[in-house]
Design a protein around this ligand. Structure first.
Ligand SMILES: *Cc1c(COP(=O)(O)O)cnc(C)c1O
Length: 235
């Protein structure tokens, strides 16, 4: 497929997602500019991902550190890279200089490892919280949050900016609503206790299957892969 054709197709995908984000915002009485589209490039190529900035999509996400390293070597600022999946402590040092945010901090040990390796300018992180109750998911239990937040004054370089969750894969996205509402309730419950530079203004929730419900429940960052890239290069 020619790059022009690919560009045109990707443009349509981005427009469709942006329209649906805008509609969901309207339903919820929110402003579209308060929701960041993070394009999750894990299933696509560097060639395709490189077209995103000219389509106005400059926030890109990867779930695997090694894949992020690989793509970030080729796709540079103004793109901001987001790590959205599990980070092993031995990969922290290599990852930090490449990312603008880590959405998926899921243990105190990882938080401390990030603090150790963070550059003087600091690093923005979100805490992944398991609000779906699924056993196999990464993330803190909601009951762990008070202990994590008490630990924040020990950190000099890590800035907590919000919370992240993943809903169960449901045929009916309405069934994800409670998972998202729980994350927002946790934000509302704890935000007032935090002292700057820490805060909980980011709510990273919503994927292809459920982002409109997530926006209705207060998401400020939707992480979208399939809706942008699935089948893009077919036929
Ligand atoms: C893959 C992935 C996404 C995007 O999923 P889609 O359903 O393809 O939109 C979002 N968040 C995380 C953590 C992921 O691993």
């Amino acid at each position: 497929m020619t790059v022009e054709r690919l560009h045109a197709r990707l443009h349509d995908r981005v427009e469709t997602v942006r329209e649906r984000i805008a509609h969901a915002c309207r339903r919820a009485g929110r402003r579209p500019e308060d929701v960041t589209l993070v394009a999750v490039t894990k299933t696509t190529t560097i060639e395709v991902a490189s077209l995103l900035p000219e389509l106005g999509v400059t926030d890109l996400g990867e779930s695997r550190p090694q894949e992020l390293w690989h793509k970030a070597k080729e796709i540079h600022p103004p793109v901001r890279w987001h790590l959205i999946g599990h980070l092993q402590r031995n990969k922290v040092a290599h990852t930090l200089p490449l990312v603008s945010r880590i959405h998926s901090v899921d243990s105190l040990r990882l938080l401390d490892a990030i603090e150790q390796e963070a550059p003087p300018a600091g690093i923005d992180v979100l805490l992944e919280v398991n609000t779906s109750g699924e056993q196999q998911k990464h993330g803190f239990a909601p009951d762990d949050l008070p202990q994590v937040l008490e630990h924040l004054p020990n950190l000099r370089r890590v800035r907590l900016t919000g919370l992240m969750t993943m809903a169960a894969l449901e045929e009916d996205p309405e069934r994800c609503r409670l998972t998202f509402a729980r994350l927002r309730q946790l934000r509302d419950q704890f935000a007032g206790q935090l002292v700057p530079p820490h805060g909980l203004s980011d709510l990273s929730m919503g994927m292809t299957n459920d982002y409109e419900v997530a926006i209705e429940e207060g998401s400020t960052m939707v992480r979208i892969g399939s809706a942008l890239f699935a089948g893009l290069q077919d036929g």
